[in-house]
Design a protein. Structure first.
Ligand SMILES: Cc1cc2nc3c(=O)[nH]c(=O)nc-3n(C[C@H](O)[C@H](O)[C@H](O)COP(=O)(O)OP(=O)(O)OC[C@H]3O[C@@H](n4cnc5c(N)ncnc54)[C@H](O)[C@@H]3O)c2cc1C
Length: 381
């Protein structure tokens, strides 16, 4: 039997790559090692949002192709991804942020995605429940929306299993054996697997896992928290877009009958998911400045998880040059779910030595060799 391709990490990215390896390249020998439960990492915190508004062409192309997959997901995978096109509306109070939103809009339009440009008065007219005081304008894309992260994960896992992929839960990788600058095997407390192709798809832990192979993968964890209110109807309609103020970093949307909000201010890097005791209160009062009725809302539950960021906020989707047979697919900030369908296919192409069907060189690990990084994604939320 051939040596398996081994994937470290059973989140949405590991599952999508595993499926594509098995489906597109008939690789019967693919193994996914997950230290906890499948999807229990950042994937479990994802809100399932997808958007086409980015500052980079590559990111928009990944969204376009991935959303096509989501649209036909049920027919292929048997799981309804519960797509809702409720839209994303980005707003700005500074001229420089507004200029960036306009540039993003032009880029999206050049790729066939319609994005509306709204001035302050139009915003107020469209979304009267929200106070746009001090906001210059914004962009709204009705092709953006949400889907069920767990349905998509289950779709990939069950289809991959039916094609012969083996998933091991509670199976932490504790060692990677390298000899002569090549991958030889991967070690867990229960067994070792001889392999010459190893993918690190370990989300926020990818830097830690990279160290097992003696390489420096510059991905750091950043804790994030999202609050969801009890059912809330006071002045906020049930169907609203996610409204993201890119200057204050406040994001507000709907999760079922509750209102969802988050303050996406950068936090210090940490694996710790604990937030200060008064965190919820502070975020609620920030949100209440925009939606005054929210001051009386009660928080039903919160969702915490890790964002994973590289120095330029773009992911690493490539070979790791120092070690033959080592690959990385991680660092997706807040858009790993929405890009997983297309990224899984591209990573499978890289692992099997194919030419990627879209140019992904922007996400090559070698970019960190140069003193100045080429460009960074400007719209991280
Ligand atoms: C609060 C929040 C909201 C988000 N909302 C969205 C959204 O709306 N839309 C969107 O597109 N994205 C969103 N994201 C981002 C998205 O969740 C991530 O980009 C995506 O889940 C990354 O998937 P992954 O498979 O790379 O990582 P993970 O889901 O973290 O999977 C990596 C896995 O590797 C495992 N692992 C780590 N170390 C080892 C080891 N040594 N051995 C074995 N296994 C190991 C972990 O246990 C984990 O399960 C959000 C993230 C957060 C935190």
């Amino acid at each position: 039997m051939n040596e398996p391709v081994v994937i470290i990490g059973g989140g949405i990215i590991g599952a999508s790559v595993a499926y594509h390896l098995a489906a597109l390249y008939s690789l019967e020998n693919v193994v996914v090692l997950e230290k906890s439960r499948l999807g229990s990492g950042s994937t479990s915190a994802s809100l399932g949002g997808f958007r086409h508004q980015f500052s980079s062409e590559t990111a928009i192309r990944l969204s376009i192709e991935s959303v096509k997959v989501l649209d036909s997901f049920e027919a292929t995978f048997g799981y309804d991804p519960l797509i809702k096109r409720d839209g994303y509306c980005f707003i700005a109070s500074s001229q420089s942020s507004f200029n960036q939103l306009k540039k993003n809009r032009e880029l999206a339009s050049s790729l066939g995605i319609e994005v509306d440009l709204l001035g302050n008065e139009e915003l107020q007219e469209y979304f009267p429940f929200y106070s746009f005081e001090g906001i210059i304008g914004g962009t709204f894309c009705k092709a953006d929306g949400h889907a069920s992260t767990s349905a998509v994960l289950q779709g990939y896992v069950s289809k991959a299993k039916s094609l012969g992929v083996k998933f091991f839960e509670d199976m932490a990788v504790t060692g990677i054996v390298i000899d002569n600058k090549s991958v030889k095997s991967v070690v867990t407390p229960n067994f070792s697997i001889t392999t010459s192709k190893l993918l690190i798809a370990s989300g926020a832990f990818s830097g830690v896992v990279g160290k097992l192979a003696g390489v420096d993968i510059p991905i750091k964890p950043y804790p994030r928290k999202i609050l969801v209110t009890d059912p809330f109807s006071d002045s906020v309609p049930l169907e609203i877009p996610v409204i993201v103020d890119i200057d204050s970093t406040l994001a507000v949307g709907r999760e079922g009958k509750g209102v969802i909000f988050a303050d996406n201010k950068p936090t210090p890097s940490s694996f710790e998911l604990a937030f200060p005791e008064d965190y919820d209160e502070r975020v609620i009062s920030k949100a209440a400045k925009r939606i005054p009725s929210l001051s009386g809302a009660s928080v039903a539950y919160s969702d915490v998880g890790l964002y994973e960021l590289t120095p330029d906020s773009n992911p690493i989707v490539s070979k790791i040059k120092e070690v033959t047979g080592l690959y990385c697919c991680a660092g997706f900030a807040g858009h790993g779910f929405m890009h997983a369908p297309e990224i899984g296919r591209i990573m499978a192409e890289i692992i099997t030595g194919q030419k990627t069907h879209i140019d992904i060189s922007e996400y090559d690990y070698r970019r960190f060799d140069s003193e100045r990084l080429q460009s960074s994604e400007k719209l991280i939320i």
